[in-house]
Design a protein. Structure first.
Length: 91
C-alpha cells in the first residue's frame, strides 16, 4: 500500500495484527488456501473497506459446512471477507 494517511495506516495495522493472530487457526480450516489483508468485495466489486481476506478453494453455503469450520464475519472487530480463489499452486 502506498502513502496511506494516518487513519488508513492505523486501520491497515489493525487488520494486519488480527491476521497475524489468527492466520494459523484459519489455515487449519479445510478449503482455506490463504489469508491476507485487502479490501472487502461485494458481489465481485471492491469496496474501500479494509478487511481480513480469507481465500478458499470453493465457497459453500453455511448449511453445508460443519459448525467448527465456519469462518466468522469478523474477528476482534475486523471484518472478514471470504473470497473464492480455487486452487493455488506454484508456477
Amino acid at each position: 500500500m502506498s502513502e496511506m494517511d494516518s487513519p488508513q495506516q492505523a486501520a491497515y495495522e489493525r487488520v494486519r495484527a488480527v491476521k497475524v493472530a489468527y492466520v494459523q487457526q484459519l489455515l487449519a480450516i479445510p478449503d482455506v488456501v490463504g489469508v491476507g489483508v485487502g479490501y472487502r468485495q461485494v458481489k465481485g466489486v471492491r469496496t474501500g473497506e479494509l478487511a481480513l481476506i480469507v481465500m478458499v478453494r470453493q465457497k459453500k453455503p453455511a448449511s453445508q459446512v460443519p459448525p467448527e469450520h465456519i469462518i466468522p464475519h469478523e474477528l476482534e472487530g475486523v471484518p472478514v471477507d471470504v473470497q473464492e480463489v480455487g486452487e493455488i499452486g506454484a508456477q
